[in-house]
Each structure stands twice: as C-alpha cells, then as structure tokens.
Design a protein around this ligand. Structure first.
Ligand code: IPE
Ligand code: IPE
Ligand code: MG
Length: 254
C-alpha cells in the first residue's frame, strides 16, 4: 500500500519530502485529547466551549485516520479521574457523545467506521449509554476504521478488574494458572483482541499518561505536541504520522 501525503505546511515536513510515500502507517493510533479548557481560557470562554470545539477536532482526526488507512483510532475522551471535575462540566461532557453522533453518524456510516468503547460503560449516565450503544449497534458491521472511544476509562481499574476476573476463572477451573501468559492476560482487558497502539499522541504540551493504556503502551512510540486539542487538524496528524515513520522500533533488539 503506497499513498502520497497531500501537502505539508510545516518546515519539518518540508525538509523530509523524500518520505512522502506513506508506507509504514501505524495500525493503531491512540490519542490523549487534552487542552480543551486552556483553549477556551485563552479566548475568555467557559471551559465547555473548548469541549464543544473539541468535538469537531475529533471528526477531523477520524477523517484523516480513515484516509491514511489507520485501522484503529483510540481516543481518550473521559477518564475515571475526570469525575473529580465540577458537576456542571461533567454533565456537559456526558452530553457530547450524543451531540457528536447526532451530527456525524451519517458521515461515519458513509466512511464505513465502526464505533466501539473501552472503559466502565455501565457507570455512564443512561442517556450517554443510550446514544453510544445506538451508534455501536448501527456501525457494528462496518469494516473500515475502528473508532474506539475511551469513556470512563482508567488503566489501573482495567488491570485490577482483569486480575479479579482471572482469579475467579482460576477458582472455577475455567483457566489454569499455568496457562496464563501475556497474551491470555491481554484478553482480560477492555482492549481484548486489539493490537497495541503503535503511536500515542498527546496534545496540549502535557507529557504524562494520566492512567491511559498502561499495559498496552509498553512498546508504543510517543509523540507530544503543544497544539491544544480543539486546534488539532489533519496537518498536525500528518506531522505525527511522519515523525512515526522516522522512528526505529527495536523492541529490545538491536
Ligand atoms: C481534555 O481537555 C478533555 C477532557 C479531559 C475531558 P481538558 O478539559 O483536560 O483541558 P485542560 O487540560 O484543562 O486545558
Ligand atoms: C486526560 O486528560 C484524560 C483525557 C484526555 C480524557 P486530563 O486533563 O484529565 O489529565 P491530567 O489531569 O492533566 O493528568
Ligand atoms: Mg487536561
């Protein structure tokens, strides 16, 4: 598969024109979409204005990922720690999936995108679950990009749940301790069946994982940008892909 990158606006990418061919596209890209609040603050707007604008950035990256033949896009939308925020902000965030789907589900269908989630889905408000479940059902037979929202997701919780389930399964002889290896363990995580992310992007200049995919990111390439999430664009995504293409992944080898 060889595709041409359309255009480059940044100097860094202009300097690497010989790499225009898009081979070595990451199979799975994960993004920590951060900086909505700061985007709004810079404009003297309430934080929720940043979240609202962030929804459009989600669609921009979905289009780009789909265009470049990325197979899985995992987007960190709400963490288990985000419940610490003011109720009014949480209420707003919990309405966003419905708003996003109301506007974009037809286009997602047209682009053959399948929607899934990772995280503690049951603990979400009923109206959020309803909107997201509808989209999951509607898109379940699509075989294009897998758009995977991390919603009420926390990696430590995920790992702890896996351990508990494994102990239960050992107790009732469903599995044996000896048969438990890394692959078998992975299948107890929300990301069961998915390959690990190849590329992790975090926006807004923060350089931490914030409890995101701790197990799955063991050998992932990280890319950080100061761009605030609502300003994320296809160009920034292409810049990240391009940087990924320059990386040498050694997995401990030489
Ligand atoms: C990311 O933006 C969205 C969520 C975490 C839900 P933030 O709301 O964290 O924005 P900042 O980090 O305060 O700027
Ligand atoms: C991480 O961003 C969670 C999401 C993007 C959903 P936060 O803004 O919550 O992370 P911290 O608090 O800065 O680590
Ligand atoms: Mg933040």
């Amino acid at each position: 598969m060889s595709m041409k990158l359309p255009f480059f606006k940044t100097k860094q990418i202009d300097d690497h024109k010989e790499h225009k061919d898009i081979e070595n596209i990451p199979n799975h890209v994960a993004i920590i979409m951060d900086g909505n609040g700061r985007w709004a603050k810079k404009r003297s707007l309430p934080r929720i204005a940043g979240h609202k604008e962030g929804v459009n950035a989600v669609m921009k990256v979905v289009r780009a990922a789909s265009n470049y033949n990325v197979k899985v896009l995992t987007l960190y939308a709400f963490s288990t720690e985000n419940w610490k925020r003011p109720k009014s902000e949480i209420d707003f965030l919990m309405k966003l999936p419905k708003e996003f789907l109301h506007i974009y589900l037809p286009e997602l269908m047209e682009k053959n995108v399948r929607i899934e989630t990772i995280g503690d889905f049951d603990a979400l408000p009923a109206h959020t679950k309803k909107a997201v479940q509808y989209a999951k059902d509607k898109t379940k037979n699509n075989d294009g990009l897998l758009l995977n929202f991390a919603l009420n997701y926390g990696s430590r919780y995920e790992i702890m749940q896996a351990v508990k389930q494994i102990m239960t399964d050992i107790d009732c002889s469903k599995i044996t301790l000896d048969s438990l290896d890394e692959k078998a363990f992975s299948n107890y995580l929300y990301t069961e069946g998915l390959s690990d992310p190849d590329l992790l992007i975090r926006t807004s200049g923060e350089q931490r994982l914030s409890n995101f995919l701790l197990w799955q990111l063991a050998y992932t390439e990280f890319w950080f940008t100061d761009v605030l999430w609502p300003d994320f664009s296809e160009d920034v995504f292409v810049e990240a892909l391009h940087e990924y293409q320059q990386r040498k992944r050694r997995y401990g080898g030489i």
